[in-house]
Design a protein around this ligand. Structure first.
Ligand code: ADP
Ligand code: TRP
Length: 355
């Protein structure tokens, strides 16, 4: 039986954190035995926000080592670097001809990143879109919102469609991008009257997409939020971060709803697999006997149980340059094979037929 094609990637913007692990990487490892898996390092996407060449290269290498340390096996899954597949940028140019500037400008991630580039605060309810658009158009050339940021969803759609992937394991924050990918696939198929691209779906073994919260009481864990627990954090530093997590003043009466920062800690504990402990802390909150010091200690140890084996392997892998080179060379070769076949079909369909 033909296996479903899986594709996912993580941007090379620094070390991987728990959000990346629970939202994406953990599923990469779990899927590799049963699917046709393709995992890559999105260095072209990283360029939209991190153009420093030295950092970019170091970060690609680091993520590659972390993929391998987490247990992705290059004999089972194709591991590649996005910029090693020139078919991707070519198809990105072609697909852009069918993508509207308006729909790209309405994307949440674009709005957030554009605001950052312009140096204005995060989006809020009731923002004036027109004023925002004027700011983008009127931005000085050194505070510009780069065009790559706008077309980020086109590039991501191409990553997926060029491999004809149907399953894309990503965290909740990527669902809007996946929705756009499906829309672009349908649009292309129907414009040319072909059935070239399947519509990809998020995949988390039947469970809802994951959103790992920050430990600062806020929304999500993310690099730009500055609230990350990294897979390679030393135990001492990691424990310190967890002990500093925001909580509340403690439940005042039995069975009151759990406040967001405390619920975040318990949910994170549950994500690590400690479902029983998480249930105990929920019950302790309900009867007002909860002790946050204990909760944090248990959480730190549960996280270390996951990160320690990965951290232990990363440095050895990083030191073996020859191995890393072999992995990405082999990966690029495999990824290019399918990409080239799809690109040839796309060119043909669009009328770029040559003589
Ligand atoms: P970052 O958000 O650190 O810049 P990426 O945007 O490259 O990293 O995300 C890579 C993968 O990690 C995506 O699948 C994304 O959904 C997932 N991810 C990142 N942060 C979180 C989070 N807080 N919760 C769940 N998944 C996350
Ligand atoms: N946009 C994704 C993120 O920020 C990274 C990414 C790029 C990706 N191309 C992809 C994820 C293709 C899945 C499939 O997390």
């Amino acid at each position: 039986m033909k296996k479903d094609i899986v594709l996912s990637g993580i941007r090379s913007t620094g070390n991987l954190h728990l959000g990346n692990y629970f939202g994406a990487l953990r599923n990469f490892v779990r899927m590799q035995d049963d699917y046709d898996c393709n995992f890559f390092i999105a260095d072209l996407h990283a360029l939209t926000t991190n153009p420093d060449p030295v950092q970019l290269h170091a970060s690609v290498k680091q993520i590659l080592a972390e993929y391998l340390a987490a247990g992705i096996d290059p004999e089972k899954a194709t591991i590649f670097v996005q910029s090693d597949v020139p078919e991707i940028p070519e198809m990105y140019l072609l697909l852009n001809m069918h993508v509207g500037i308006g729909e790209l400008m309405r994307t949440t991630s674009f709005k957030d990143k554009a605001r950052k580039a312009l140096g204005i605060g995060p989006a809020a309810e009731g923002d004036d879109d027109e004023a925002f658009e004027k700011q983008i158009i009127g931005a000085s050339t050194n505070k510009r919102v780069n065009a790559g940021l706008l077309t980020y969803p086109t590039l991501m759609a191409v990553d997926i469609l060029i491999q004809k992937a149907t399953l894309v394991p990503v965290g909740k924050d990527q669902e809007q991008h996946l929705e756009l990918t499906r829309r672009f696939a349908r649009r292309f198929n129907s414009f040319y009257g072909v059935d070239l691209f399947p519509e990809p779906q998020n995949f988390n073994f039947g469970a809802a997409a994951v959103k790992v919260p920050g430990l600062d009481g806020s929304g999500k864990m993310g690099k730009s939020e500055g609230n990350c627990i990294y897979l390679v954090d030393e135990p001492k530093a990691l424990r310190k971060k967890v002990m500093k997590a925001v909580t509340d003043e403690g439940p005042k009466e039995p069975n009151q709803p759990i406040s967001e920062p405390v619920a975040n800690l318990i949910n994170l504990l549950e994500l690590t697999g400690a479902a029983d402990l998480a249930a105990q802390y929920r019950a302790a909150y309900a009867d007002c006997t909860v002790r946050y010091g204990d909760l944090k200690k248990d959480l730190a140890e549960a996280i270390l149980g996951i990160t320690t084996p990965i951290r232990d392997r990363v440095n050895d892998i990083l030191a073996d340059e020859e191995y890393l080179r072999r992995v990405v060379r082999q990966g690029a070769e495999r990824a290019r094979e399918r990409a080239a076949a799809t690109l040839a079909e796309v060119r043909q369909v669009m009328g770029l037929r040559g003589f």
